[in-house]
Ligand binder design. Structure first.
Ligand code: ACO
Length: 196
């Protein structure tokens, strides 16, 4: 679908402001924020235009994405011009890639995922749908991150690790063993703290 000159940003938080900067940097002429608390709220009958879902909560981002897609809006991916993306990486729809992120060869970034500022996603990593890789997190080669999982700021994950779905990995962790689904884990090395 051809890009529209206007883009809706669904969510007017700090995350939305960062995404608005990216939208302008890649050439959108007009940014319109939609927010449940703002004057302009999402409605299925709004004029159709590109849209990006700027909601930090992984589960809410997934739910809202389904809603706007059902209403016929074009959910786009936005990549900051300073990010370095391998030609062989695959970026699915609704992904945002912030400034200075690196996504290396053969990596696959699932629908609706966030690759935040300065994150490194090494070769052949698989990032699940609606996951969030926080700023300065570093995933070595062949790491798999399950859907809806949040990797905390500054976390490092060694090569080949499998992290399950719907997990929270705390800030500054070093993950050296696989992590099962639906757990909170943190520390150096990361240990499972609780089930979610
Ligand atoms: C652009 C952006 O802003 S993107 C967002 C980036 N943000 C992040 O990455 C935040 C990630 N979140 C965290 O790291 C959080 O601390 C969590 C989710 C791991 C834990 O949160 P909570 O369950 O609320 O834990 P809580 O704050 O109550 O702390 C419980 C204990 O764990 C410790 N703890 C919490 N997080 C960590 C961590 N990442 N590493 C080591 N210890 C930790 C606390 O010091 C505390 O210890 P104490 O009981 O001895 O005092």
């Amino acid at each position: 679908m051809a890009r529209t000159s206007q883009i809706y940003i669904y969510g007017a938080s700090g995350h939305g402001l960062v995404i608005a900067d990216i939208a302008q940097a890649v050439g959108y002429e007009k940014v319109v924020f939609l927010d449940d608390k703002n004057e302009i709220k999402f409605h299925p009958n709004l004029p159709k235009a590109d849209i990006v879902i700027a909601i930090g909560s992984n589960q809410t981002r997934k739910t809202v994405t389904a809603r706007v897609k059902k209403a016929g809006f074009n959910v786009v991916s936005l990549v900051h011009p300073s990010a370095v993306i391998s030609p062989s990486a695959v970026i699915k729809s609704g992904v945002v890639v912030m400034s200075n992120a690196v996504i290396n060869a053969g990596a696959v970034i699932g629908e609706g995922a966030i690759i935040n500022s300065g994150a490194v996603v090494e070769h052949e990593c698989m990032i699940g749908e609606f996951a969030h890789i926080s700023p300065n997190a570093a995933l070595a080669g062949n790491v798999s991150v399950g859907e809806l999982t949040h990797i905390g700021i500054g976390t490092s994950v060694i090569q080949g690790i499998i992290i399950g779905k719907e997990c929270i990995i705390g800030a500054g962790s070093v993950v050296v063993r696989d992590i099962s689904n639906k757990v909170k884990a943190y520390g150096v090395p990361a240990k499972i703290i609780t089930k979610i």
